[in-house]
Write a protein that binds this ligand. Structure first.
Ligand code: KG4
Ligand code: ZN
Length: 361
């Protein structure tokens, strides 16, 4: 039985995972704490994690109907993330594992996102028997990554953002539009009733042959556009049209570059995860374009899009089954841990929750 913790940014989360099934996944969001500052304040995030981590662990155990003494492996996000926020969850995990005399696995946050689209159903379980090599888009407030996941817990980063992350762009544009924090979901909501063709915002690097992204130009173009036409912010229809047009520019680039990479790499599956993969236009456009291109699509369930410990526990179990050694007690957190380093093939293919399809995973 795995107890998993996640504190890389502004969600304090604990989960219990047993044989590929998520038995509980408790998330204490800090949105209220950070909203008056219009963004995550690292010092406040750490204090909130310290305040919440033990109650969240207790709730996760209670909801799963288990006790601490049943835990046989502790997993925690080791990086990347806010340095002090990571420490709050990781040192708690170290202490629990040490006290229980069970192994500890430090998990890469983005690697956990990579496999989150496979957590499906009720109760949620890792459907790794359906796993197939894929192109995976990770889109959050801090990162935009395009990754080729080949199987056997191996992957290769194809591209990333050269400046702002997609979620950061949503949030910064929302700020320019004077929308409340967190901007992404609010902008998404307004965009639903706007006209995406009303204004033409740039789609940076869409036609470049590489897999990198850039979103700071879009943010700047919205800033200049509003300087020229500030009156549009006073009109609710125009505001909704701006939201829809900006959303379309971001989503267009994300979806089209992901589908293009899938075709180029000759895979037949696309996945997406991270907070921005909650975006409704992104989900619709992915569904349309993947169906047109004959690609199977696995979008993370909205519950597992934003940061959560369930995905950490699910990946930890796979790694453990595949022979990953425990993380040494003196290992430190890695706030800048690159995803590429995690692509070392493991000794054996992981057996998933009871069933593994011909060793593809
Ligand atoms: O993965 P996540 O919870 O945390 C990070 O690791 O960053 O992602 C948070 C990001 C924020 O930028 C938020 O505005 C964005 O995801 N987000 C959205 C939506 N829901 C969350 N962006 C656009 N549309 C949404 N519906
Ligand atoms: Zn994340």
């Amino acid at each position: 039985m795995i107890l998993a913790l996640e504190t890389s940014c502004d969600e304090t989360s604990a989960a219990v995972v047993i044989q590929g099934t998520v038995r509980s996944n408790v998330v204490a969001s800090q949105i209220r704490v950070h909203s008056e500052y219009g963004g995550v304040v690292p010092e406040l995030a750490t204090r909130e994690h310290l305040r919440n981590i033990l109650p969240v662990v207790r709730s996760a155990l209670d909801q799963a109907g288990v006790t601490l003494s049943q835990v046989s492996l502790v997993a925690a996000t080791r990086g990347p993330g806010l340095p002090a926020a990571l420490l709050a969850g990781y040192t708690t995990a170290q202490a629990v594992a040490y006290a229980l005399n069970v192994p500890l696995l430090g998990i890469h946050h983005h690697e956990a996102h990579l496999y989150s689209p496979w957590i499906i159903g009720k109760p949620p379980r890792a459907a790794f028997e359906q796993f197939e090599p894929n192109i995976s888009l990770i889109v959050s407030g801090g990162h935009t990554l395009l990754v080729h996941v080949t199987g056997g817990l191996r992957h290769r980063v194809l591209g990333s953002t050269l400046d702002d992350a997609a979620g950061e762009c949503f949030d910064k544009v929302a700020k320019l539009l004077a929308l409340p924090y967190p901007g992404g979901p609010v902008l998404d909501e307004l965009a639903e009733s706007g006209n995406a063709a009303a204004f033409d915002f740039p789609r940076s690097l869409l036609h470049e042959s590489h897999d990198d992204f850039s979103f700071s130009g879009l943010k700047t173009s919205v800033r200049y556009f509003l300087l020229k036409r500030p009156e549009l912010l006073e009109d609710s229809k125009s505001l909704r049209d701006i939201c829809a047009s900006v959303r379309a520019a971001i989503v267009d680039v994300l979806v089209r570059k992901t589908v293009r990479a899938a075709r180029r790499m000759a895979v037949s599956c696309v996945t997406a995860s991270g907070g921005v993969s909650c975006n409704r236009a992104l989900r619709r456009q992915f569904a349309e374009e993947c169906s047109r291109a004959g690609l199977r699509l696995h979008l993370a369930d909205p519950v597992f899009c934003t940061d959560n410990a369930a995905m950490v526990g699910i990946l930890a179990e796979q790694k453990w089954l595949a022979g990953e050694p425990p993380t040494p007690w003196d290992a430190e957190t890695r706030p800048g841990w690159p995803l590429e380093e995690e692509s070392t093939p493991l000794k054996a293919p992981a057996a998933s929750s009871g069933s593994s399809k011909s060793g593809t995973y």
